[in-house]
Every structure is written in C-alpha cells, then in structure tokens.
Ligand binder design. Structure first.
Ligand code: NAI
Length: 461
C-alpha cells in the first residue's frame, strides 16, 4: 500500500505549490527537499532576493540622484551594504518560513534529503541519518534548474560568480563583467551598477533580452546604456582567467575585458542528476530536459515533471501553474495551462514585460496584424512619477482585432501586463480593452491608449 497519494520531489514554486494544491484536494502528500529551507531557487536565491536588492538599490539611486527634483533635500547619501544584505536575508527568511507554515497548515509531510526515483511510485530519500523509503500512487518531479556551465569559464564563487553569489556580495565590485544579457544578467547588472560598480555586459547575440520583442529589446539597450551600463552585443565570451587583481574575460574577435568580478548568466539547465531517471525509465531529451506529454506525464506511468525540469520558459509562475494542473488532473481529471499566455517580466527599472507573440513571430508565421503603441511620456501619472521612459505596444490580428501580443517597457510593466494577459485569456480584441474604463490618473491608461492606437484613435498624442 502506498504511504502517500503524491510524492513531490523539490520544494521550489513548482513543487511546493503542487504539494499545497494536492493537500487542498484531500490527497496525502509528501514533499522531499534537499535544502533545509523550503521555496527553492526562486525563494532562496532567485526571484525573491534579487527583487529585494532591486528594490533597495532603486531606493538608493532615488535618494542619491532623484529626490532633489521633487524638492526633497537629503544629506550625503551613502551605502550600508551590510544592512541591505541583512534585510534581503530577512525577507528571504520570512518567505521560506511562510512556505513551512503552509506545509504545516495543510498537513504536508516534509522530508529533508535528496530524493531519488526508484521506479513507479517509489522514492528513496537520502539524508544524513540514512535512507527513507516512500511510496505513492503519483510522483511529481520538480527539482528545478541550476546555472548552465560555459566552456572555459570556471566558477569559483569569488572572481567568477553566478547569481547565487551575486545576491550576496560583501562589497561592491569596482568593475563587474556580466556574461549574458538575459533577465539574470540585466537585473543583477543593474543592481550592482546602481550601487556603484562599473558594469560591462557581454552578449553573444545582436541584442539584449533576445527572446523579447525586438523593438522592446532595442529600447531596453538604450535605456540601460543611459543608466551607465556598457552593453556590448555580438560579444561571444570564450573563457575567463583569474589574474592577480581580478579576472580577464576573453571575447571572440575582441580584446579581453579585465574586471574585478565576472558574473556568469548565460542560462540554466534542468536538475536531473541524482534523480535516478535513467534507471527508473524516465526519458530525457538531448538537452537533458525531462520529456513529458501534454498532461506533463513522463515516460514512466504515475510520474510527472513540471517547471524548469521540462521545456518551456524557466519561470516560477509557469512552474506553479504546471504543479496545480498536474495535481488537479490527478484529483479531478481536469487541469490545464495555456502556455501561449505565460507572461514574462524583467524587474529592472523600468520594468520590461511581455505576453503572447512578438512582432517577429507574427511576421514569421505570416499573420497579418495591426500595431498600437503609446509612450509613457504622454501619460499624466507617469509625469507625476517622473517615470516617463518607455511604451506599451500591442499587436492585434488585422481581421478579427483579437489581441495576439503585448509588450511593455516602462514603470510597473510587470503589474500592467496582467490586464493584458487576462484580456488575451478571454480572447479580447484591442477594441475591448479600449472600451473598458481605466481609472485616471494611472499608468494603466497607457495600456488603454495603446489599445486605441491599434485603430489609430489614441487620445493623448
Ligand atoms: P537567458 O537564457 O535568459 O539569457 C542568457 C543570455 O546569455 C542570452 O542572451 C544568450 O544569448 C547569452 N549568451 C549565451 N552564451 C553566451 C556567451 N558565450 N557569451 C555571451 N553571451 C552568451 O538566461 P539567464 O538570464 O541566465 O536566466 C536563466 C533563466 O532564468 C531564463 O530562462 C530566465 O527567463 C529565467 N529568469 C527569469 C527571471 C525573470 O523572469 N525576471 C529572472 C531570472 C531568471
């Protein structure tokens, strides 16, 4: 007889949310986590601590450079990095404690150790005091991802670091080289640039945030360059070498870049090692992702995989949605994620957010579309906030007017994208969004104006 209905391996946003939802649905749940605290990469070393540092460093810049224009006079502004880091640790702790509280509240049994799949419905937890055998009808693999290695780059945690270290530096590096202009590189590059580091970003492709809409990427590069980042696109990093003073980063066809610290941010790879997949008969693809069908079932019956472990955007909210869908399917027979409508947000200042198709994807698919854009510059609230940088760009089907893509660079883009995601989930047209009353004065009016602009009817431009 199985001990549990569901065993979840991994307590990141995918795994812990799956465990909570399963418990809500009346299933007996065990969750295996190798770290002493719950929450996974997102809560412990990813989304949450990076957002704390983004918030804190933004306030530092505001106090130092921006309050004067509001007539707020502050004395000498200086950085107390120890306090900033302590606050970050406290926020992380409140979140990991919060997950532990939810586990208790829902009666989820927690096992600390490394979970290994032994076959259908069978997991062994390896921990200091030996092994614990667990059995369940269903097993959900949710072990997440880790920083992808890059040939020639040896991470030592000191001169060559990853995001794990970049959220915990004890001093501001004089010169930080960021390898890769994805979300991690830009968010953490911005944090340290704000706190005083010279930051050089080396990006292999011809634009930053290469998966985003190209127009937004171009705008982002301009904005971050204005903020002082030295962004070099078309720069393929081929290796790093420790020097006496720091690190030398070699770039194909260009002179090496010398710096104090190099941050490796060229992507992440699924955590499949030690999970026992091969022996258990769970198939992975050529890049190590666990293969799943449309219902997130692996090749082994009763075993599912979610989040960063499978193909698709490596995003916490997508992993959560995967987890909920799997357990709802187990418990009720129905559960679904619309992978075409997973929003993506980069939490720089301004924020960058997108959902649905980019203009390039529509062109490539031969879909005729109309486009509406509206600048923050023309919005009263944005002016009041001194946040006039950026725009909202909407793409709608030329015939039906149905919204196909939404792209925002500007203040609070990460919050504004939800209106558009919801609109698209309900198959809204640009006309629908344009006809909805939007409170004045808010940044949300930029969204409405962009919807009006699809039909050439924006009011404030
Ligand atoms: P990424 O895949 O988003 O970006 C990596 C960048 O590195 C790409 O632009 C790539 O072209 C570049 N690159 C690759 N090899 C290179 C080389 N040899 N030299 C120079 N550049 C090179 O990966 P990132 O930023 O590490 O993030 C990992 C995952 O975590 C992504 O899936 C990302 O979406 C997710 N994430 C999301 C966040 C968010 O939503 N705010 C925050 C942090 C991570």
């Amino acid at each position: 007889m199985p001990d549990f209905d569901v065993i979840v391996i991994g307590a990141g946003p995918g795994g812990y949310v799956a465990a909570i939802r399963a418990a809500q649905l009346g299933l007996a749940v065990a969750c295996v986590e190798k770290e002493p605290t719950l929450g996974g990469t997102c809560v412990r070393v990813g989304c949450i601590p990076s957002k704390v540092l983004l918030e804190s460093s933004e306030r530092f810049v505001m106090a130092r450079d921006q309050l004067a224009e509001h007539g707020v006079v502050v004395g000498d502004v200086s950085l107390d990095l120890t306090t900033m880091m302590r606050r970050k640790d406290a926020v992380v702790k409140s979140n990991t404690d919060g997950v532990a509280y939810l586990f208790k509240k829902h009666g989820i049994e927690r096992f600390t150790g490394v979970g290994e799949l032994q076959g259908r419905g069978h997991v062994v937890v390896r921990h200091e005091d030996g092994d614990t055998e667990l059995h369940a009808e269903h097993v959900i693999l949710a072990t997440g991802s880790s920083v992808a290695p890059l040939a020639g780059v040896e991470v030592d945690g000191e001169r060559v670091i990853t995001s794990d270290h970049a959220i915990a530096l004890s001093e501001v590096p004089g010169h930080l080289v960021v390898i890769g202009a994805g979300a991690i590189g830009l968010e953490l590059g911005c944090v340290w640039a704000r706190l005083g580091a010279k930051v050089t970003v080396l990006e292999y492709l011809d634009r930053v945030l290469p998966t985003m809409d190209a127009e937004i990427s171009r705008e982002a590069k301009k904005v971050f360059t204005r903020q002082g980042l030295d962004i070099r696109t078309g720069a393929a990093v081929r290796g790093t070498k420790r020097t006496k003073q720091g690190v030398s980063v070699s770039v194909e066809g260009a002179s090496p870049v010398k710096a104090d610290v190099a941050l490796l941010a060229t992507g992440r790879v699924p955590n499949v090692e030690g999970l026992g997949l091969v022996a258990a008969g769970v198939a992975t693809d050529d890049q190590g992702f666990v293969q799943v069908d449309a219902h997130l079932r692996t090749s082994l019956e009763g075993v599912y995989a979610i989040g960063d472990l499978i193909r698709g955007p490596m995003l916490a909210h997508r992993a959560e949605d995967d987890g909920v869908a799997v357990v709802e399917r187990i418990a009720t027979g129905a559960g679904h994620v619309d992978y075409d409508l997973v929003p993506n947000v980069v939490y720089t200042e301004p924020e960058i957010a997108s959902v649905g198709k980019t203009e390039e994807q529509l062109k490539e698919a031969g879909i005729a579309y109309r486009k509406g854009t509206f600048p923050y510059q023309a919005n009263g609230r944005a002016r009041a906030m001194a946040a006039t940088e950026g725009k909202v760009k909407l793409l709608a089907d030329k015939e039906s007017d149905r919204l196909l893509g939404a792209h925002i660079i500007g203040a609070r883009a990460g919050d504004l994208i939800s209106e558009l995601t919801a609109a698209m989930a309900f198959h809204a047209t640009s006309e629908d969004v344009a006809r909805v009353s939007h409170p004045h004065p808010t940044l949300a009016e930029v969204v409405r104006e962009a919807a009006l602009a699809v039909d050439g009817r924006a009011l404030h431009i």
